[in-house]
Design a protein around this ligand. Sequence first.
Ligand code: NAP
Length: 304
Amino acid sequence: MTQLYQRVAFVGLGLIASSMALAMRRGGLVAETTGTARSAETRAIATEIALVDRVTDTAAQAVQGADLVVLCVPVGAMAAVAAEIAPHLARGATVTDVGSVKQAVNDAVGPHMPDHVHFIPGHPLAGTEHSGPRAGFAELFDNRWTILTPPDGTDADALDRLTRVWQGIGAQVDVMDPAHHDLVLAVTSHTPHLIAYTMVGVADDLRRVTDSEVIKYSAAGFRDFTRIAASDPTMWRDVFLTNKDATLEILGRFTEELFALQRAIRRGDGDHLHAYFTRTRAIRRGIIDAGQDTDAPDFGRSNR
Ligand code: NAP
């Protein structure tokens, strides 16, 4: 594989950045990597495990001379990071991000970007509930989707190069409008996370009644909710604050369906329940057929 970029700078060195850095190294895709994180502790760990070729103290230093800059911080931190790096970006560089919400990142970062760079937001649909520079692994993106949301008029060569680097680290790439991305993700990821958080919260309340039974018997389905609900609180707070409309839309539909099922249970309407569960079972089969999950009930998140 030929080298696609001379220098890639990661701003934020958590799960996603560390996985990208390892996967780029695996594929020999870039000549040099630099990176920085907010805390001295994370920077020290990144240096210790040689996650990137050069760890810098500031984002401004990291992006200097980079032809690809990847913003890997929580969505709520994107605007401040963009303002900090903007004066230091190299002419012709591509700036992308990995944030889980796209319209908000577009609005937060776009206005800070100078005319001489290509700004192409992105989102890899891959993750785990683990965080930090030690959480990354090179296989994270293998056979997963990455969605790019290039603004109108994006340079075709810059988009092509970014697409090829994602493909080089194992992902399949789709291009989408940011608002559409946010609606799709509200259905497939954001609302399910909220439901998992809620279910674990309910069980936590119940635990006070049933002592340790919730933990003891958690293998029967609840365990998968706890995995999701262990995801990073800052990241998920920012997801809901910035994908508000789409999440509320899907939550409204979810609540209606839930009430319909509640009514069926109350009325003893077994036909309704059976028909509903038959329909949802077919959806699960479709996801497995599409290669986006295994049979294991793990929310598709641990592909190691
Ligand atoms: P992570 O492991 O928690 O790492 C976040 C990184 O951002 C850390 O290096 C952290 O620095 C830095 N950071 C946090 N707050 C900051 C701030 N206010 N200013 C500057 N830097 C800050 O997170 P991640 O899972 O890699 O997620 C990064 C991005 O990827 C998020 O936008 C998230 O929405 C998106 N994403 C996540 C997943 C997933 O499943 N985890 C999947 C797809 C996309 P310190 O370590 O020094 O605090």
